[in-house]
Write a protein that binds this ligand. Structure first.
Ligand code: SF4
Length: 386
């Protein structure tokens, strides 16, 4: 292979990846989302879906491999012994490699070079042979890889079926991240997810049967006040029918510009407040049964980030933590929400630490002074929270 000059080491990374893929190599197979209609989503709004050519994907992978090699060589040259430090990134920038191309590869190397994530929203909608070829090339250029993951829509997994998914597993795909959001058909229809509970179940089972790890994203609060009980119960039912490795919580947030936010502003959607969301999560976790999934709370939109653990062993501890919040006085719940949303408190237990509690109380007083009451202040300074 002829080496390209450093100025030509360019690649497309795609704009979004799960929090758990922060240190993954980002390999863009497609651009945007082939569905693009979910009413809570603004991720690829107005952007047409495009499949990238295999030639372009291979060329990106080659560029990232060149960058990785160069960063490691620079590290040894300047005496950081293979560690990727700011000095290495500065040296790379001085040599003509913009940080936008070196940074993600540096993160990947810093995390032992073991994981890659295929972007954008539904990479497996490409022909299976193309994904296989991209995976093969990726592993050939990065033999240290141990985990390659991607987002996938349930409808796409259904269409592929276990047999095709097994081909992809054998080619080196290890995990799929699926935006289930809800197991309630009414909620799924309301938000135009484009799939029903039966599709989520068939898709999840196909992925598991193919030997892939499955990460299901759940959106507490998505059914609003009206559908909260159904959202919790049906989501647990669908998860129980799949038994995915991971259940990831990402609380619904009415993002500006999304269709649901507009409906909310017009009064057509009654949001759940944060206490309601906590009660809903409690109902869902209480109904998880007969599975061995890991519940993960890895998004800052969740109020109680510490609600994590394996079902069934950690279920009692998760429920008692949720109960601990729900049994607080309304003043203490509000104090926690103020502290948490303003970045003063991180965990419920922080309320018991006098310095942290005092800081939250001062912030609540300040909100009252400026906005009349802390709740109105919270809505003003943390507008995505209800
Ligand atoms: S499938 Fe995912 S990326 Fe596409 S519109 Fe829905 S939530 Fe957004």
């Amino acid at each position: 292979m002829t080496a390209l000059p450093i100025q030509n080491w360019r690649y497309e990374a795609g704009p979004i990846r799960p929090p758990s893929e922060a240190c993954s190599l980002l390999v863009r197979l497609t651009r945007n989302c082939p569905w693009g209609r979910c009413r809570f989503c603004i991720s690829y709004r107005g952007a047409a879906f495009e499949a990238r050519s295999l030639e372009d994907v291979r060329s990106d992978i080659d560029a990232m491999a060149e960058i990785a090699r160069f960063l490691l060589e620079e590290s040894w040259r300047i005496g950081t012994g293979g560690r990727i430090t700011h000095e290495v990134l500065n040296a790379a920038a001085e040599a003509g490699l913009p940080t936008q191309y070196s940074y993600q590869v540096a993160l990947f190397l810093s995390a032992a070079g073991q994981s890659a994530f295929l972007t954008d929203a539904d990479s497996l909608s490409l022909p299976v042979g193309d994904v296989e070829a991209a995976l093969k090339h990726l592993y050939s250029r990065f033999p240290s890889l141990r985990r390659v993951t991607t987002y996938a829509r349930s409808m796409t997994l259904c269409k592929l079926g276990a047999e095709n998914l097994r081909r992809l597993r054998e080619a080196g795909l290890t995990r799929v991240h699926v935006g289930m959001e809800s197991g309630s058909d009414a909620v799924l229809k309301e938000v135009r997810k484009g799939v029903l509970a039966k599709h989520h179940i068939a898709a999840g089972r196909a992925a598991m049967e193919a030997g892939l790890e499955l990460s299901e994203y759940i959106m507490p609060g998505l059914g609003g006040r009206e559908r909260s009980a159904e959202h919790a119960g049906e989501t647990a039912r669908v998860l129980n029918a799949i038994n995915p490795q991971f259940i990831r919580l990402r609380t619904f947030t009415p993002l500006p510009g999304s269709a649901l936010e507009e409906e909310l502003a017009e009064g057509g959607f009654t949001p759940l407040d944060e206490d309601g969301v906590v009660a809903e999560i409690r109902a869902m976790i209480a109904a998880l049964d007969g599975i061995s999934s890991q519940v993960v709370s890895d998004h800052d939109w969740n109020l109680l980030m510490e609600v994590e653990g394996r079902i069934p062993d950690d279920k009692p501890a998760m429920l008692s933590l949720l109960d601990a919040y729900l049994s607080l006085s309304s003043e203490n719940r509000q104090l926690f929400r103020v502290g948490r949303r303003l970045g003063i408190l991180h965990f419920l237990a922080d309320l018991q630490r006098p310095p942290a509690r005092r800081a939250a109380e001062e912030a609540a007083e300040d909100l009252k002074r400026r906005f009349g009451d802390a709740e109105a202040g919270l809505r003003a300074v943390a507008p995505f929270r209800m």
